[in-house]
Write a protein that binds this ligand. Structure first.
Ligand code: CP
Ligand code: NVA
Length: 308
């Protein structure tokens, strides 16, 4: 049976750790310039309903490095954008492609697509979730601290797709997650309540950013208005102002704390220049790691990587 990558919820720890280990090996092979073409002749379609820099490039370059081909499919340019049904599109493009990555709005769109596709479908971000990002961020944390196990991650800001995927990850894996979101901008209630019951090391939602970051090893933030919320930008920038990750807030975190941001950043809003450019920030390494982790995910779904 085909396997999809639509959410981190339900992923077994052993499978997740295999992705982490393989990503480490792929990063070394990549850095050493060694051949690691494990997906020769395989094709990935990439449907984008929203903009992207990192996700598009990391999947496209990743497939190329693995010996395969990635095809960029903007909704505007394919018949999906002119009303061809999701079911028809999914069934037909499965006959050409070995896997599909989708970045879209509602999570239901990607689930419907995956239900009709006969090839693996990867979530490249929806309004609800961003699983590839958080899988890759846990790899960055593992690189920095030797393991993600037992680490405290503090997420400050909007209870958005990135926050929801952090919560799903904490439900499956042994790290502690604290969040601080303004009232009215909480993460998805169902995802949060489920994780509170299931997380091995706990998930806590605070209103005070200082309470959330106290003793944390990772201070993480994301934009206050995600893609599709552009008309709320002004209203949100007032409400979220106390949730800015700045030097004062960092003082409350652990002395070894690193700063992470999935990017793109709105500098001067959710994060200050001195913090994102400071010596605790790992944002560029974090962005690079999307490449290595997604290559490991592609191999897992497409059955490559046995010989390199
Ligand atoms: N972090 C992330 O997904 O970036 P892009 O929107 O540039 O793909
Ligand atoms: N929450 C952001 C993440 C961008 C990678 C958005 O959805 O726009």
């Amino acid at each position: 049976m085909k396997q999809d990558f639509l959410t981190l919820y339900g992923l077994k720890k052993s499978d997740f750790d295999e992705i982490m280990n393989r990503a480490g090996a792929l990063k070394r092979l990549c850095r050493e310039g060694k051949d690691h073409r494990s997906l020769t002749g395989k094709t990935l379609g990439m449907i984008f309903d929203k903009s992207s820099t990192r996700t598009r490039l990391s999947f496209e370059v990743g497939m190329f490095q693995l010996g395969g081909l990635a095809i960029f499919l903007s909704r505007r340019d394919i018949q999906l954008g002119r009303g061809e049904s999701i079911a028809d599109t999914a069934q037909v493009i499965s006959r050409y492609l070995d896997a599909v990555m989708i970045r879209t709005f509602e999570q239901e769109i990607i689930e419907e697509f995956a239900g009709h596709a006969s090839v693996p479908v990867i979530n490249g971000l929806t309004d609800l979730l961003h699983p590839c990002q958080i899988a890759s961020d846990l790899f960055t944390i593992e690189e920095r601290f030797g393991s993600y196990e037992g680490v405290t991650v503090a997420y400050i800001g909007d209870g958005n797709n990135v926050a929801n995927s952090w919560i799903n990850a904490a439900a499956m894996l042994p790290f502690r997650l604290t969040l601080a979101c303004p009232e009215g901008y909480d993460p998805d209630a169902f995802i949060l309540e489920r994780a509170k019951k299931e997380a091995a090391l706990g998930v806590e939602l605070h209103r005070s950013p200082a309470d959330a970051v106290r003793g944390a090893s990772v201070v993480y933030t994301d934009v206050w208005a995600s893609m599709g919320m552009e008309d709320e930008q002004e209203e949100r920038s007032g409400i979220f102002r106390p949730y800015q990750v700045n030097r004062d807030l960092l003082q409350e975190a652990g002395s070894d704390a690193i700063v992470m941001h999935c990017l793109p950043a709105h500098r001067g809003e959710e994060i200050t220049d001195d913090v994102i450019d400071g010596d605790r920030s790992v944002v560029t390494e974090q962005a690079e790691n999307r490449l290595h982790v997604q290559k490991a995910i592609l191999e897992m779904l497409l059955g490559g990587g046995k010989n390199t």
